[in-house]
Design a protein around this ligand. Sequence first.
Ligand code: NCD
Length: 305
Amino acid sequence: MKNLIDIMELSTEEIDGLIKTALDIIENPDKYAESCKRKKLATLFFEPSTRTRLSFEAAMYELGGNVIGFSEANSSSASKGESVADTVKVVGCYADIIAMRHPKEGAPLVATRTAGVPVINAGDGGHNHPTQTLADLLTIYREKGGFNNLTIGLCGDLKFGRTVHSLISAMSRYEGIKFVLISPDELKVPRYIITDVLEKKNIPYEEVSSLEKAMPDLDILYMTRVQKERFFNEADYLRLKDSYILTPEKLSNAKKDLSILHPLPRVNEISVAIDSDPRACYFKQVLNGKYMRMALILKLLEVNV
Ligand code: NCD
């Protein structure tokens, strides 16, 4: 049985396979409409979510399956003190596959030990978010035609932003990748990612604080929200929350074929005036996320269409 806890559990060939399936789903949705008939997905969300949870649910419905679950820890037995291990052991008796979001790093990994059915990490604390990365990868593939020779700017909260951590790992496997890590000093990428991923694989990277200066080199600009819920004190959050706001003026020296991504939700990081710019890809990214989750569910349930 396979789970998806960390994006690196998927080989690049498996990622290519998921992309191929997602593209086929986009072309031939009817072919997949009953492929998960009588199967149940459980969405166990111990932390708020709009896109990820609804995207998993929409994905399962579009495969002809059903969905059970909860959307906040308060409405589950976690509020009575039940452990994650017990909750998933119970849910594994009802569902064929589990998508789980949890504020604690490592909770979905713990869940794999007792669930008895495949577990998908739908975001664990400030750690990883592999299915957002699948959405990001399909978006990059559709915009750029592949993954090689790209300069990728990641901007904002690179410390707590779990989507950033998973995306850096995933992109580090392709040729000719360069990262520009744009953040305030306090919100830099965690050291373990620099040493275990970037330096270990000799991938060129720069840590900078100016978005404007970085802009002309970028093929992809991945904006992120400052992760309010992971701050220890509000004053720090208030000081840092508007560190970067992408406006049309700041795009004046950007490449004509730049792709602007954001995992959403957006707070202030991207002015709404950018939404109509053809380089804005963040709403396409939402849709791509649903297709990649459909492909992932099929793979983990070993359904051949
Ligand atoms: C992200 C997350 O939950 O980490 N959202 C998402 O899943 N699309 C990003 C965020 O919350 O800022």
